[in-house]
Design a protein around this ligand. Structure first.
Ligand SMILES: Nc1nc2c(ncn2[C@@H]2O[C@H](COP(=O)(O)OP(=O)(O)OP(=O)(O)O)[C@@H](O)[C@H]2O)c(=O)[nH]1
Ligand SMILES: [Mg+2]
Length: 423
């Protein structure tokens, strides 16, 4: 309907990459979706200077005209120009807010449909009232993500870009913002489309050379091998980039482990800079694990404190140890804590052996107390694993530890912003 020819062409080009069934399904969904006009508050519900409400669909403008009257009394809504006016309670014909309206006609809008944006004062009461009036005037409350869904169904963005918009909004670091922005802008999509078309081309050339060998369509094995090798390399780099992508999106999972009473919870609290875990002088204080996010510079970490991994006959402690071992086994990094004010026990040695092949830092805690541990022996057993003497209680070497965590557990190998954030 409102979509111009150029835009239709873009949609159909994007649709070419889908199977027939998906294409038909998309057509049905599009026709159903585009029938009604949706409305929702686009800014977080809370108190703020400004709040934005968005309308999208065929009736956006006519609905806006019912609830909004320009102050200049002209009934014209030029595209992409802000117009100052009043919002009305339509039943009582009462003004309840002064707002700016901007009209983005289809297809050059976020959703590719006619879009109206109201910029109001950031009061939840006002914003909810605007939505209520919009619904009274004929709009439907949008479901979560529906504006972006319409942008996708309208062919303005593909699924990778839709995902990137969500990532951009929820990004926990500037690095993730940059990657998501790049993906939203289409860089990753272009890379995947190019890769796909190279593979499809080589496949069709291969088939043609088998079926019509006498018609000069033969393709050299060398070219086929070369193209496949290059595609493999590109895919390999993208797959590897997921290590970084996952840690950017979810944070690096970091498990603090070790025997009871070595100071795991104290270290957990020190790294978080808050008294989150209970600390007592008694072994077996922590039974179930605790999980909290914290940041070092721009990197997000998901830190886990757990029960001490000593042998225990108590069912609750046994379960705590079980859970702790599972978490440590799947963590991106381990902080193995030893109490250097005590002699190393066979259990300490067992844990060093158990985890020495994982990404790990060996921590000799309680360095503020006289050492009774043969530190060199533990380091030797760890065969070259990074180690540090710290006092979690007095914060000795904690900044050094943060630097080590950052350099060891955060993947920095991938250059550029074309990174897979989700599988
Ligand atoms: N002197 C000194 N004491 C510490 C240090 N770190 C922890 N402690 C003390 O060691 C005791 C045990 O600390 P926690 O942090 O509860 O030890 P944990 O490893 O979590 O113990 P469980 O939860 O029982 O496995 C407490 O009395 C802490 O104050 C340190 O660096 N120096
Ligand atoms: Mg504890």
């Amino acid at each position: 309907r409102n979509i111009d020819r150029k835009h239709r062409k873009r949609i159909s080009e994007k649709d070419q990459s889908l199977s027939d069934e998906k294409r038909d399904l998309l057509k049905i969904v599009r026709s159903l979706m585009f029938e009604d006009t949706i409305i929702a508050v686009s800014t977080p519900l809370g108190f703020g200077g400004l709040g934005v409400i968005r309308l999208s669909g065929k009736q956006s403008l006519s609905i806006a005209k019912i609830i909004f009257k320009p102050k200049n009394k002209k009934n014209s809504f030029p595209p992409r120009k802000t117009i100052l006016g009043n919002l009305y309670d339509i039943k009582h014909n009462e003004i309840f807010e002064e707002a700016y309206l901007t009209f983005f006609p289809a297809p050059k809008s976020y959703t590719t449909e006619d879009v109206i944006e109201f910029s109001c004062h950031g009061s939840p009461v006002i914003l909810e009232e605007v939505v209520r009036q919009g619904i009274k005037a004929g709009a439907r409350h949008a479901s979560p993500g529906e504006f972006t869904l319409r942008a996708f169904l309208g062919g303005r963005i593909d699924i990778l870009q839709a995902e990137a918009i969500n990532d951009l909004i929820h990004a926990s670091s500037l690095k993730q913002v940059k990657i998501s922005y790049n993906q939203m802008e289409g860089a990753l999509s272009r890379k995947i489309i190019k890769l796909r078309s190279q593979i499809v081309q080589i496949l069709s050339q291969t088939e043609a050379s088998i079926e019509f060998p006498d018609e000069g369509l033969k393709i050299s094995k060398h070219i086929i091998a070369n193209t496949i090798e290059k595609a493999e390399q590109t895919i390999d780099i993208l797959v590897k980039s997921y290590d970084l992508g996952k840690t950017l999106a979810e944070g690096v999972a970091l498990a603090i482990t070790g025997r009871s009473n070595v100071g795991k919870s104290t270290l957990f609290n020190t790294l978080l800079d808050q008294e989150r875990a209970i600390v007592t002088p008694h072994p077996g204080t922590t039974r179930d694990y605790l999980r909290e996010n914290f940041k070092i510079k721009d990197s997000l970490f998901n830190l886990v404190d757990m029960a001490g991994l000593d042998n225990s006959s108590h069912p609750a402690e046994k379960e705590g140890i079980n859970r702790g071992e599972k978490i440590a086994a799947s963590a991106d990094g381990i902080l193995l804590v030893l109490d250097s004010s005590q002699k190393a026990s066979p259990e300490d040695y067992r844990l060093i052996r158990k985890y020495r092949n994982q990404k790990i830092i060996l921590l000799h805690n309680k360095c503020d107390l006289p050492s009774k541990m043969d530190i060199k022996k533990t380091i030797k057993l760890g065969s070259g694993m990074p180690h540090l003497e710290i006092s979690a209680l007095n914060r000795t070497n904690i900044e050094k530890l943060k630097e080590q965590i950052q350099s060891l557990f955060v993947c920095n190998e991938i250059k550029g912003n074309e990174i897979i954030l989700h599988l």
